[in-house]
Design a protein around this ligand. Structure first.
Ligand SMILES: NC(=O)c1ccc[n+]([C@@H]2O[C@H](COP(=O)([O-])OP(=O)(O)OC[C@H]3O[C@@H](n4cnc5c(N)ncnc54)[C@H](O)[C@@H]3O)[C@@H](O)[C@H]2O)c1
Length: 331
């Protein structure tokens, strides 16, 4: 049984807490949050204790630290947990600054630590099936990858102000998925973007609508389209065009009801947002982490995956600023 301390009792922290508590091989021992009421409510829900970060890390009974606090705390908390000898599950992104992320990756290497990054979409059963089918050769060689990822509506402006911008905060999931499905690092990144959905997003210097194209050394290409607003709900689709066919994952809808009347044929909207759409993926992600700690399979997505996705986000930021494609040399 793995004993877990969770830091950050907000939206995603509450999802992780439930999955930790419900897993047969993990138990939630501590919840820490700078807002005492948030920590108290979540701890009470799962029979855990409230603790400060210091106390939780000092407890030798704690095996795993889950970091689901605000983005600007991830790198420091991950390092402290690794130095305390704990296995770390850290939400994306590890940090907004690539050099800071590299320091974390280096510490994982030096300490031979265990650190997984929360790129949960790899564990979505539909996307996992798509990749499995691609790897099995069902559609031959991948030539084109299309990832459409659009939120139902903008997040609170206070969140967006500290999010690091759409490429580092939101598109980072799509950069990770692109790397995972392409099976090859993109070497050229071009981004074009605008703020079209909400003037307050432009006022804080961010964008809300973007197209990013990626190209690998083999010539294979990916296109990512992002928006902070989709009037019809959370739009999450992936298409692989291969030499022998096409794979396509459609949106997961609220219900499979299709209403046919004289006015037309109407199906249901996509599930509202990430908490609903990806609930299975968070559960499977946690089970995968526990399995990796037990030595049943490799630990991924790794801290290095976190670094590489951020490199692509940085390249998109640079491309947008300069209006030119950015060439990447992976070491
Ligand atoms: N993988 C995913 O699908 C996914 C989804 C949502 C958020 N996230 C990531 O998770 C992180 C949290 O996002 P959220 O939407 O849950 O935010 P949130 O604002 O709902 O929750 C963050 C919580 O962390 C607490 N906190 C902040 N600083 C802290 C500190 N130093 N110590 C302890 N607690 C602290 C806050 O009080 C808050 O309760 C972000 O980095 C975000 O990028 C990932």
């Amino acid at each position: 049984m793995f004993s877990v301390a969770l830091i950050g009792a907000g939206r995603i922290g509450q999802i992780h807490a439930a999955n930790i508590a419900n897993h047969l091989q993990s138990s939630l021992r501590y919840v820490a949050d700078i807002h005492p009421d948030s920590a108290k409510t979540l701890a009470k829900r799962h029979g855990a204790e409230v603790a400060g970060v210091e106390a939780a890390l000092a407890d030798p009974a704690v095996d795993i630290v889950v970091i689901s606090s605000a983005t600007d705390t991830h790198a420091e908390l991950s390092e402290r947990a690794l130095l305390a000898g704990k296995a770390v599950f850290c939400e994306k992104p590890i940090d907004l600054d690539i050099e800071r992320v590299r320091q974390c990756v280096e510490l994982v290497r030096q300490k031979e630590g265990k650190m997984m990054v929360g790129f949960n979409r790899r564990f979505d059963p539909n996307f996992a099936h798509l990749r499995q089918s691609l790897v099995a050769g069902d559609v031959g060689e991948l030539e084109l990858l299309m990832i459409h990822s659009r939120d139902p509506g903008a997040l609170p402006i206070e969140y967006l102000k500290v999010s690091g911008g759409m490429f580092r905060d939101m598109s980072i999931h799509d950069f990770d998925m692109a790397r995972w499905i392409l099976g090859e690092e993109p070497v050229r990144v071009h981004a074009t973007a605008a703020s079209l959905t909400d003037p307050t997003i432009a006022e804080i210097g961010d964008i809300d609508t973007a197209i990013v194209s990626l190209q690998c050394a083999s010539g294979r290409m990916a296109v990512i389209t992002n928006s902070r607003r989709a009037a019809y709900g959370y739009d999450q689709r992936i298409e692989v065009h291969g030499s022998k066919g096409m794979l396509n994952v459609a949106n997961v809808v609220e219900s499979t009801l299709v209403k046919s009347t004289v006015d037309g044929v109407v199906s249901q909207k996509p599930k509202h947002f990430f908490l609903e759409r990806y609930s299975d993926s968070y559960r499977i992600e946690w089970d995968h982490f526990i399995g990796a700690l037990k030595g049943e399979h490799a630990l991924w997505p790794s801290a290095e995956d976190g670094e590489r996705a951020l490199v692509l986000a940085e390249a998109a930021v640079t491309s947008l600023r300069t209006g030119r494609a950015v060439e990447l040399n992976w070491v």
